[in-house]
Ligand binder design. Structure first.
Ligand SMILES: [Zn+2]
Length: 91
């Protein structure tokens, strides 16, 4: 049985990555921007690798704002960034 992993494009690096490895950032109908950990929130979504590097890139290039079609305040960015878990730990 063949199973095709769904893939999405990262807003930061632009690579196509299996959806399970990406964070979904969603702008909910009420305008709240949050990380959708369930993948089931309704609203306009954007995908980013679970990496600070990609997140910062998406922020800097405003590609995240473009994808969500709204402006994002520094506070919201900070809040989103705190949800990113780096898989490799550097001590
Ligand atoms: Zn990426």
């Amino acid at each position: 049985m063949q199973y095709k992993t769904p893939e999405r494009r990262c807003t930061g690096c632009g690579n196509t990555i299996p959806k399970k490895d990406l964070l979904r950032v969603v702008r909910e109908p009420d305008g709240t921007i949050s990380v959708d950990s369930t993948g089931k929130k309704s609203g306009r979504g954007a995908y980013i690798c679970n990496k600070k590097e990609c997140f910062l890139k998406a922020q800097k290039t405003k590609r995240l704002e473009n994808s969500l079609k709204c402006s994002i305040s520094p506070e919201v960015y900070q809040n989103l960034q705190s949800r990113i878990q780096e898989e490799e730990s550097h001590e």
